[in-house]
Design a protein around this ligand. Structure first.
Ligand SMILES: Nc1ncnc2c1ncn2[C@@H]1O[C@H](COP(=O)(O)OP(=O)(O)OP(=O)(O)O)[C@@H](O)[C@H]1O
Length: 694
């Protein structure tokens, strides 16, 4: 049945709009959330430039200069401005991504923003999508639902949410496609789909159209508009949209040199600029015009524009400051009421849309603008065969507002799921990546087998030969070297690549850093262990080391611990620096540990003032462990096929290495301790890095 909307209040009589609801798309299965209006007042953001030790007042750069603004639910807001105007900075501050160096107030539905609660209500979709390439669309969605929806949500409900979102965002045909194979527009839609799972009422997008062709740009902005029409607050930065895209935005916030030069409906922009003697030439894109004006191409008008709008404080509709939005909430009840007052959005009630567009309607060419604002939008949807499409954000009354913003006990839980669930989901996801990652799995397996056989062939059958003990020690040392480099470099290469996804998912409250770190720490251990066991079995047998179980067990333990410790070194380096620096620095930093391993210089030959380094050298403990497993524990004399074999007696070898008094238990304990210290350090570095990137 056709829906007939009568839009009165146009000042030019009534207008009938007929929209045929062929397939009404509403996201009915999403959790219900309160609509949220955001306001910021006198926002200033300063950064320090130059060297920290030598900072003067001149080195403090003010990027945002006391800007104010209102961002309302149900509206699609564009933050525009010339390059370097401060768009990304403003977005980062509004999302809560940047907090230090900021002054001013940000309120949510009239209440001072509580960042922790706000981050549960909002999501930030960064420019580069930050998706894991080794998952299918369906798998990525499954991970998002497992982490972002409460554990009590049944599997069937989660499935339904996934189906509904994928269908609505036009991704259901691609549910089996690997995310790395999606087109740019599809990746963008998937990024939105992943965050839409828990239905955040505020969504921030940094340059959502970057890298997309004009048709994909249109689709993307249409989607954002649709999300806004569902009652969400959608805010995005955009460089210079085409006239067609520009018209789709409800609200425009323009910055120039860190100040607000325009805030209001896109439809009123030309008229407003005209009233300030800045005439937009006919057939000129208003979006380009405001950017050109902001850049100073029509003279220095920034001051005039900023004053006219009082740096974002004034409402262009009446030239008066926006009404005060900071209510004095005495209790939660008051706040709930405020949260929900007049905020129920009905997908079939365009009068509310109309109210939001009051400034458009009241503009000089109000009728035309309204058509642009609502009718054209509806017409676009009709023309796309998706009439009446509204991704409605179902809102609930008091309870949900309270739960969403305050938590049931007044202390909001940070994450939707328990840390155990987060750990388990991230672990399963990481294991899936590992299985699919060629370099990480098959190449590494191949390298261990190949090198194992090569070493086996090179040192073939020397283990019990008294004349080849020095070669055997070389073999023991090479084992350490090989296991150290393979496990360390693979981690240094792969771990930093995870960082952007970690930053996004952790910021959007998918999981705690602790659960994530524990999961990725645990996930590679079984693979590393299997590769190490395969390698050790091959070389141990081929080189004819003593065929005694307890010796083999000690030998293997030392090798396993060395590869785990080296992997931890890789984690520390990967967490602390980028790949380029890591692949250079880690091997260089390992050189002292190799030198002091006891293979090149025995302990007693090392100058006393340098001996402390040997205690830090994990290679020494590993080398000593394998040497003791091979030559200690009353091993019988070796075979000698020459007239004289100096190292025929294993004790002679141990004495030569200054290991006759060494204890393998101490070596194992030292390796375990170093492993723990490194893992904790890697976590601390990671936490620091996450903070530093913000
Ligand atoms: N940490 C910093 N130290 C010094 N200057 C900074 C820092 N961060 C941002 N800036 C400066 O602040 C200004 C605004 O940066 P921002 O990235 O917000 O601009 P933008 O409007 O998003 O630009 P674009 O459209 O080119 O991305 C720029 O001049 C930038 O150089």
């Amino acid at each position: 049945m056709d829906n007939v909307y009568i839009l009165n209040n146009l000042g030019k009589g009534s207008l009938k709009v007929t929209i045929t609801p062929a397939q009404h798309k509403t996201l009915t299965h999403l959790p219900k959330r309160p609509p949220v209006d955001l306001a910021f007042t006198d926002l200033t953001y300063k950064v320090q430039e130059g060297r920290k030790s030598n900072i003067t007042c001149e080195d403090v750069k003010t990027i945002l200069k006391s800007v104010s603004g209102r961002l309302r639910s149900g509206e699609l807001t564009a933050i525009m401005g010339p390059s370097g105007a401060g768009k990304s900075t403003l977005l980062n501050i509004l999302t809560g991504y940047k907090t230090s160096g900021m002054e001013g107030s940000i309120t949510v539905n009239g209440m001072e923003r509580n960042l922790s609660s706000f981050r549960k209500l909002s999501c930030y979709i960064m420019q580069d999508n930050q998706l894991h390439g080794n998952l299918t669309v369906e798998e990525a969605m499954a991970v998002a639902t497992s982490l972002k929806l409460p554990s009590v949500t049944s599997r069937a409900d989660k499935e339904e949410v996934i189906q509904e979102i994928l269908e609505t965002l036009g991704l259901s045909e691609h549910h089996k496609t690997m995310t790395s194979n999606l087109s740019g527009g599809q990746k963008k839609r998937l990024s939105i789909a992943l965050e839409l799972v828990n239905n955040p009422p505020i969504m921030f997008f940094d340059e959502p159209t970057s890298g997309l062709d004009s048709s994909s740009c249109f689709q993307c902005i249409s989607l954002l508009k649709t999300l806004a029409r569902g009652g969400r607050t959608i805010i995005c930065t955009i460089h210079q949209p085409s006239a067609r895209l520009f018209e789709m935005f409800d609200h425009l916030y323009t910055l120039a040199d860190g100040q607000c030069v325009y805030q209001g409906s896109t439809g009123r922009l030309v008229e407003w600029l005209g009233s300030l003697n800045l005439q937009c030439p006919s057939y000129h894109n208003p979006a380009s015009f405001i950017i050109e004006v902001s850049c100073g191409e029509y003279g220095d008008n920034t001051g005039k524009l900023v004053r006219a709008i009082n740096n974002g404080k004034n409402d262009i509709r009446n030239g008066q400051p926006f009404p005060e939005t900071t209510p004095n909430y005495n209790n939660k009840k008051d706040m709930e009421v405020s949260l929900n007052a007049g905020k129920e959005w009905d997908k079939n009630d365009l009068s509310q849309v109309q109210e939001k567009f009051a400034d458009v309607v009241n503009g000089s060419n109000g009728h035309g603008n309204l058509q642009n604002g609502i009718l054209q939008y509806a017409a676009n949807e009709v023309s796309k065969g998706e009439p009446g499409l509204v991704l409605q954000m179902e809102t609930e009354k008091q309870d949900n507002a309270e739960v969403a913003l305050l938590g049931t006990d007044g202390s909001p839980r940070r994450y939707a799921t328990s840390e155990l669930t987060q750990f388990w989901v991230v672990l399963k996801r990481t294991l899936l990546f590992s299985r699919r990652d060629w370099t990480l799995m098959y190449l590494r397996l191949f390298a261990h087998i190949l090198v194992g056989f090569l070493i086996g062939a090179l040192y073939y059958d020397i283990g019990d030969d008294g004349s080849k003990v020095l070669s055997n020690l070389g073999f023991l040392f090479f084992n350490m070297l090989f296991l150290m480099y393979t496990s360390m470099t693979i981690t240094i290469l792969s771990f930093p690549l995870e960082m952007p996804v970690l930053v996004k998912e952790h910021f959007n409250r998918w999981y705690s850093l602790r659960s994530y770190y524990l999961a990725i720490t645990v996930s590679d251990i079984p693979f590393q262990a299997i590769f190490c066991v395969i390698y050790v079995v091959i070389v141990y047998l081929l080189t004819s080391q003593p065929p005694v179980w307890f010796r083999f067990a000690m030998f293997l333990s030392s090798c396993l611990l060395i590869s785990f410790v080296a992997q931890s070194v890789g984690l520390v380096v990967g967490a602390a620096m980028n790949v380029q620096n890591g692949v250079f620095l880690a091997p260089v930093m390992s050189v002292p540990f190799l030198l002091f391993s006891g293979f090149f210089v025995s302990f007693n030959a090392i100058p006393v003032y340098l001996r402390w380094i040997t205690y830090l050298s994990y290679i020494r403990y590993g080398f000593e462990g394998t040497a003791l497993a091979t030559y200690s524990f009353n091993r019988p004399k070796l075979q000698c096929h020459q007239p004289y074999c100096h190292f025929k007696n294993p004790l002679t070898t141990l004495e030569e290495l200054d290991m006759s008094d060494a204890d393998i238990a101490l070596d194992i304990a030292a390796l375990c301790l170093i492993f723990l210290v490194l893992r904790i350090s890697a976590f601390l570095f990671l936490r620091w890095k996450l903070k530093a990137t913000r």
